[in-house]
Design a protein around this ligand. Structure first.
Ligand code: FAD
Ligand code: 2HG
Ligand code: ZN
Length: 474
């Protein structure tokens, strides 16, 4: 260990104590690799402060010593956002110990949660109070409130409730120099100058550390219906979405697309997964309807819309969940897509969005463009069709070595992005920029927009210590 590191560790240890600092290499190791296995970082230690005051003190030490900081929540980033680089200079800052729910107010419909609260724990606390915290995603058992806000996570319910930024009213943030900004206001109207809280949402830890948040709660659903539908083609998926939206937009809480290839991977690699419809199809959607009104008659709505769609030839077969266990089994087919893909071999992910009306064009166009580049590649598009965000992913061809396929990642992503650009879309819908996509950001947002981002970064983090190499190139 370098003597600089020894001095730093001694000073941090004096502040946060043994529970607040991990230094043994075996214990530091789990913080240094990401879920996708794309990056392997190095760090002299992992800082785990107990509260905001300790964290602020640690930030003052790090700023004085000019040590870069990498905030980490549940470490579920899909773009290497929470990974330190290979220099061994960057300190990982884990928010895991700051996991208290400070307050729930069922009149104001708010929850004050610390950054390290796991998303599922926040959902459960809201449910215990008779409310709903609607953000929902496959990694919710590990992802944290700090992480979902720092990435402006979307997930399955964006179509109804919006992204993480729409679910947040106030923030507490520790700035790079250790200043604490307490903006934990629970107001629905608060036009007092710049909306600074929104600056930190989606900033991926490059401007400051989110330590707590006021989250919006909603009435809990008292009626729910979930269906899994097999469809003949992509245009049918769009037509079905329109039918539900036109009939009762407010009841649509998720509309998720899956391809035949994706479902086949789930059935092959996830033990216990079974197809709820009679035969396999090229395309599927999961429809989740919910309402706070117990008399919402969602079953009638679902059957009426599916009946019309059958008549129109848009739905080939459908299964409606008859129990909570069946709801979970249907959702599992969707949520196990990332894991099934991981088990199928190397894959390249493109978290892209287009206007909803262009989703069929996106899937067809990107699949064709990448198949032309790499014959035999397996397109596995899936995701949040109701908000236009499709995970336009590709698994390596059978028989191709993982490394050979991954060597083509950038060419492959370029092909997809060309299609996305032509459809007025975005190269990053919900996972963020992280370490994977800074060059894309510089390219896509070049000009006044990128220049303004850089000026904000320089103003808030003049020493460039906050999560270097993420969002902006190192
Ligand atoms: P981390 O991965 O630890 O960090 C993410 C970024 O936020 C990093 O840049 C990190 O430095 C920064 N950060 C973390 N905490 C703080 C903090 N307190 N202050 C400042 N910066 C911080 N994302 C979606 O949007 N929708 C999905 O449907 C979805 N599904 C997923 C499914 C799986 C199986 C997996 C593995 C990931 C999925 N993700 C999804 C990606 C991921 O972005 C989310 O899981 C989540 O937003 C990350 O939370 P986290 O606590 O794990 O953050
Ligand atoms: C999801 O929607 C996540 O399941 C992960 O955003 C997507 O694996 C992916 O590409
Ligand atoms: Zn997603």
């Amino acid at each position: 260990m370098a003597s600089d590191d020894e001095g730093l560790i001694a000073e941090l240890h004096a502040l946060v104590g043994a529970r607040g600092l991990i230094t043994a290499p075996d214990d530091v190791a789990p913080y240094l690799s990401d879920w996708r296995g794309l990056y392997q970082g190095r760090s002299p230690c992992v800082l785990r402060p107990a509260d905001t005051a300790e964290l602020a003190g640690a930030m003052r030490i790090l700023a004085r010593r000019q040590v870069p900081v990498v905030p980490q929540g549940g470490n579920t980033s899909m773009v290497g956002g929470a990974m330190p680089d290979e220099s061994g200079r960057q300190v990982v800052l884990s928010l895991a110990r700051m996991n208290r729910i400070r307050d729930i107010d069922a009149v104001d419909m708010t929850m004050v949660a610390e950054a390290g609260v796991v998303l599922k724990a926040a959902q459960e606390a809201a449910a215990e109070a008779g409310c709903l915290f609607p953000l929902s995603l496959g990694a919710e058992g590990s992802a944290t409130i700090g992480g979902v806000l720092a990435t402006n996570a979307g997930g399955n319910t964006t179509v109804r409730y919006g992204n993480a930024r729409e679910l947040m009213l106030g923030l507490e943030v520790v700035l790079p120099d250790g200043t604490v900004w307490n903006g934990l206001r629970r107001l629905r109207k608060d036009n007092t100058g710049y909306a600074l809280r929104q600056l930190f949402v989606g900033a991926e830890g490059t401007l400051g550390i989110i330590t707590g948040a006021v989250l919006r709660l909603f009435p809990r659903p008292r009626a729910r219906e979930v269906a899994f539908c097999a469809l003949p083609d992509l245009d049918a998926a769009l037509a079905l979405f329109r039918r539900f939206r036109d009939r009762d937009e407010a009841s649509l809480q998720a509309f998720e697309y899956m391809s035949g290839a994706g479902i086949d991977l789930v059935l092959a690699h996830i033990p216990g997964a079974t197809l709820p419809v009679a035969s396999r199809a090229g395309h599927y959607v999961l429809v989740d309807l919910a309402s706070p009104r117990p008399d919402a008659a969602l079953r009638e709505l679902l059957e009426a819309v599916l009946g019309e769609a059958f008549e129109a030839g848009e739905v080939a077969d459908a299964a409606i969940a008859e129990s909570e266990a069946q709801v979970q089994a249907i959702w599992r087919l969707r949520e196990e897509h990332p894991e099934a893909q991981k088990r199928a071999g190397a894959s390249v992910k493109n978290d892209v969005s287009v206007p909803v009306s262009r989703v069929p064009d996106l899937i067809r166009g990107a699949s064709a463009a990448v198949t032309e580049l790499i014959p035999g590649v397996r397109p596995v598009p899936f995701g949040h069709m109701g908000d236009g965000n499709i995970h336009m992913n590709f698994v390596r061809p059978d028989g191709m070595a993982d490394a050979d396929f991954l060597a083509r990642s950038h060419d492959l992503m370029d092909r997809v992005n060309t299609v996305v650009r032509a459809l007025d879309g975005s190269f990053s819908a919900e996972h963020g920029i992280g370490r994977l996509k800074p060059s894309m950001l510089a390219d896509w947002r070049a000009g006044a927009e990128f220049d303004l981002m850089r000026r904000i970064k320089a103003a808030v983090d003049p020493l460039g210590l906050m999560n270097p190499g993420k969002v902006f190139e190192a």
